[in-house]
Design a protein around this ligand. Structure first.
Ligand code: CA
Length: 231
C-alpha cells in the first residue's frame, strides 16, 4: 500500500500499525512524490491525505484516476471536510477523517479491497454486510451508506458511527459517556457539547422534523435513545 501523508507522526504510526496488519507500506511526504511513487510501485491501495504540500490530495486522486482504478481512501483533517471532498467527486473509494482509529481504517481498507476483487466476490460479501434497517432508514456498515426512503444521505464519519451505535442499540438508552467513549474514545476533544452538536446534525439528516425528534430522543440527565419505528 502507499501512504501519501506529510505529517511524519501519522506516517510512523500508520507504518507500524499497518505493517502489523500484514500490509507492506510505502510512503510519500507530498503530492508530487506520491504520484511518482504510485507510478513506480503500483500499490494495491492508496491512503491519500487531502492537505498535502506541492500537489493536493484531490489533484493526486484525479491524476491517479486518469490511469488506474486502484482503491483510494482519502483522509481529511476534519469530518466536516468529508462533505466537501465527496462533493468534488474526485473518484476516491472511501473517506476517513482525522483522528481515526487504526482498527476502523483497516476495516475500511479491507472493505474497499474486497469490493475491487470482482462482481462475484462483491455479491458474496454483500450477504455478510451488516445492514441496520429501521422503517425507511437503512445503514450499511461495510459500504458506509445511509439511505432514507431509498435515497442516499451524506453522513460524515462521526455522525455515521453515532447512528450505527444508535441503531445497534435501538430501544436502549445510551449514556453520554458511552457515546463519547465509543465514537471518540481518547480522541474526544472539546467540551461535552461536541456530542450534542453531532446529534443535532444527525437529526437534521434523518428526522422528519428535527426540532421534534422521534428517532433520536433525548433522555434527560442520561443521554440519548434511538426509538425504533412503530414503538
Ligand atoms: Ca496533511
Amino acid at each position: 500500500m502507499l501512504i501519501v501523508e506529510d505529517e511524519p507522526s501519522f506516517v510512523d504510526a500508520l507504518t507500524v500499525g499497518l505493517s502489523r496488519e500484514g500490509f507492506r507500506v510505502e510512503s510519500a511526504p507530498d503530492g508530487v512524490e506520491g504520484l511518482a511513487r504510485f507510478r513506480a510501485s503500483v500499490p494495491d491501495i492508496v491512503l491519500l491525505d487531502v492537505m498535502l504540500p506541492r500537489l493536493s490530495g484531490i489533484d493526486v486522486c484525479r491524476e491517479i484516476r486518469k490511469e488506474s482504478s486502484v482503491p483510494i481512501i482519502m483522509v481529511t483533517a476534519r469530518s466536516e471536510e468529508i462533505d466537501t471532498v465527496v462533493g468534488l467527486e474526485v473518484g476516491a473509494d472511501d473517506y476517513v477523517s482525522k483522528p481515526y482509529r487504526l482498527r476502523e481504517l483497516v476495516a475500511r481498507m479491507r472493505a474497499v479491497l474486497r469490493r475491487g476483487t470482482g462482481a462475484e466476490d462483491v455479491s458474496d460479501e454483500r450477504t455478510d454486510d451488516i445492514v441496520f434497517v429501521d422503517g425507511n432508514l437503512e445503514l450499511d456498515v461495510d459500504r458506509h451508506e445511509v439511505t432514507l426512503d431509498g435515497n442516499a444521505v451524506g453522513v460524515p464519519l462521526k455522525e455515521f458511527e453515532l447512528l450505527a451505535l444508535f441503531l445497534e442499540n435501538a430501544g436502549n438508552v445510551l449514556t453520554r459517556s458511552t457515546l463519547i467513549d465509543r465514537v471518540w474514545g481518547h480522541d474526544y476533544v472539546g467540551d461535552t457539547k461536541t456530542l450534542d452538536v453531532h446529534v443535532k446534525r444527525l437529526r437534521g439528516r434523518i428526522e422528519e422534523k428535527p426540532s421534534e425528534p422521534r428517532r433520536i430522543v433525548t433522555v434527560r440527565g442520561l443521554g440519548y435513545k434511538f426509538v425504533p419505528s412503530g414503538d
